[in-house]
Design a protein. Structure first.
Length: 327
């Protein structure tokens, strides 16, 4: 079975790991990763979501954090701080820095981000697991945040330094107008047996992938069923500041509101004229009251325990999502 996953960082990575545990040796999984969080720091290209996916699926992630490398150290960042270089609120670990240095070298040699990502993934054995990791685009696209007063901050500064506490008025994807889906992205959506939108941030992770020209239309028209898993449980995100992101675009932080934000395939166009991208929505039992309302609107909807406590629990979530669309 061919499964395509549109993923942000921690939530999408953990979901995909559970999905692989469910599929075992039958895995044929393509993960399309958000690259809107990417940035230049200390002269190297940092790709937070790509790396979180790679480390998680490769068995090297720092489990407690959900991102970064296990057994990490920060001697280089500490010494850079002594030179008053960089951002004290964004530390690159020593092992993580090796990834960024390798990526940057290959990019400067003329490789695309897709090609550099493939090389990085060889070390972590993703292909042996039946996984192909793709950036959403090879061209640089960076999410910036317009805050009250008009200043434009890189998303990571707003998210990590300010913990999303600065009131935001808009998210701006810088470079989006010249970007195109990376090689293989549209084919992965078109040729899949099922497409999954995992519990990633619907605004700045999945929303950024959908903003790449051609991706939303591919999702709206693929013959494969498309199922999403809610990142909201009981009116709050499981982790991170997704509620602040949703508030910025005028969407309530509820499982039902996020489903309707994505939109139902074949349904009415959204307020911005974009087509819906989902057939089905899996939400938590804490939000079970929304199942009937979604079904009445044409959705395939169900409730389950969607808290990703560990890999076996996440595999059960993945199974429930696939069962919802007959897969």
């Amino acid at each position: 079975m061919k499964v395509t996953v549109l993923s942000g960082g921690v939530g999408g990575a953990r979901f995909t790991r559970g999905l692989l545990a469910l599929l075992d040796d039958d895995a044929d999984v393509t993960v399309v990763a958000n690259t809107g969080d990417d940035m230049w720091l200390h002269g190297v290209r940092v790709c937070p979501d790509l790396d979180t996916l790679m480390y998680t699926l490769g068995g090297a992630v720092h489990e407690e954090q959900g991102w970064g490398r296990r057994d990490e150290s920060s001697r280089v960042s500490a010494d850079l701080a002594a030179y008053d270089v960089g951002w004290e609120w964004f530390t690159l670990g020593d092992l993580d820095l090796a990834t960024h240095l390798a990526r940057t070298q290959w990019l400067r040699e003329g490789l695309t981000l897709s090609q550099a990502t493939e090389r990085l993934c060889r070390r972590w054995g993703l292909a042996a697991q039946g996984v192909r990791l793709l950036p959403m685009a090879d061209e640089p696209v960076e999410t910036h945040v317009r805050v009250a007063g008009g200043d434009l901050l890189h998303f990571e500064e707003w998210w990590v330094r300010h913990r999303a506490a600065l009131p935001a008025t808009a998210f701006v994807q810088v470079g989006l107008e010249s970007a195109a889906p990376a090689p293989g992205v549209l084919e992965a959506v078109r040729d899949a047996d099922v497409v999954v939108v995992p519990p990633s941030n619907p605004v700045v992770s999945v929303g950024t992938i959908l903003a790449v020209p051609g991706v939303r239309d591919a999702l709206a028209t693929t013959p494969a069923p498309v199922v999403g898993v809610s990142p909201i449980i009981g009116g709050a995100p499981v982790r991170g500041m997704a509620a602040e992101c949703l508030a910025t675009i005028g969407v309530d932080a509820t499982a039902e509101a996020v489903a309707r934000h994505y939109g139902l395939r074949g349904g009415a166009l959204g307020a911005d004229g974009t087509p819906g991208v989902l057939d089905a929505w899996l939400l938590d039992t804490a939000d079970e009251d929304a199942v009937g309302r979604l079904r009445a609107s044409g959705w395939r909807a169900a409730a389950a325990d969607t808290l990703m406590r560990d890999v076996p629990a996440t595999a059960r979530i993945a199974a429930a999502a696939l069962a919802l669309v007959g897969r």
